[in-house]
Ligand binder design. Structure first.
Ligand SMILES: [Ca+2]
Ligand SMILES: [Ca+2]
Length: 289
């Protein structure tokens, strides 16, 4: 520890003793990654920080896109239930409209962070409902012809977990109206830990028609985490000097829930500050003595 760090630590303690607690700030959520491509064109990646719905506590990532010539549009929202800790729920709704006269190939992916990470083994289940709304000429949704195509593929930790609706796949209507197909994903044992959930969707939609894709994925922790020891950052069974040095080393940091520094954000308000230091001092000593 150099002298500058000691000085910094000392002034931090003085700040604690003399200052007032800052108002709780909303924790900065990590970004979701949403990617789309139309007609096999270059993929467009959107990094969205989203908003927290104050009434539900869910994190919501809205997304709306329209083509430059107005021939197609995509709208929807991805929602993540962080309050389900130690599990998580993810809902995605996409509405795709092809206003033109030609069939178009749409491709989407999304990856949303789960905070905190679900650990101790996971069980995953889900459901996808695809609805085709056809105009008077009828309509059709099919999967593309490339060999790796999947109409819906579920991801965890950025790796494929399950692939469904492999080609050939068709939802068709004669005349105007709706055609719906539903996919239930029975519960299955997932990865040991899951830090993000996503899906991949590819299909061709006929001109003049609309498709709605709604997906829900639930991740449940199989095991029980050991009882928490607030302030024991390194998990050595005591709140001690290492933990204090860690906290002071990240003093003033904005701690996103996926950042290593978030271990020192003991009150989960997104900032490492005097409140956390006071909490640590209050818990000083062995865990569960
Ligand atoms: Ca410790
Ligand atoms: Ca804090």
């Amino acid at each position: 520890m150099n002298s500058a760090f000691k000085l910094h630590s000392a002034s931090s303690l003085l700040l604690l003793l003399g200052g007032t607690h800052a108002a709780n700030a909303q924790q900065t959520p990590p970004a979701a990654i949403i990617t789309w491509s139309v007609e096999g064109g270059e993929s467009v990646t959107l990094v969205s920080s989203g908003i927290t719905n104050p009434s539900t506590g869910w994190q919501e990532y809205p997304h709306v896109w329209t083509s430059a010539d107005g021939s197609w549009s995509v709208g929807g929202v991805t929602k993540v239930d962080w309050t389900a800790n130690p599990g998580a729920a993810v809902q995605v709704k996409l509405e795709i409209k092809d206003f033109g006269q030609v069939d178009r190939y749409f491709e989407f992916s999304f990856d949303v962070p789960i905070c905190p990470t679900v650990q101790m083994g996971t069980t995953i289940k889900g459901i996808t409902v695809i609805t085709l709304t056809a105009n008077s000429d009828g309509g059709m949704m099919t999967c593309p012809t490339d060999s790796d195509a999947a109409v819906v593929q579920f991801m965890g930790n950025y790796k494929p977990l399950l692939t469904f609706f492999g080609c050939p796949f068709t939802v068709a209507m004669e005349g105007s109206g709706n055609a719906t197909t539903q996919l239930n994903i029975p519960p299955f044992v997932g990865p040991t830990s899951v830090s993000d959930v996503g899906s991949r969707i590819k299909f061709v939609l006929s001109g003049g028609d609309k498709a709605t894709v709604q997906t829900q994925i639930n991740v449940t922790a199989n095991g029980q985490l050991p009882p928490p020891c607030l302030g024991d950052v390194d998990g050595n069974g005591a709140v001690d000097g290492f933990d204090m040095a860690f906290l002071l080393g990240y003093w003033g940091f904005e701690a996103g829930c996926s950042d290593p520094s978030s271990a020192a954000d003991l009150n989960n308000d997104g900032t490492i500050d005097a409140i956390d230091l006071a909490t640590m001092l209050g818990a000083w000593g062995p865990c569960n003595p």
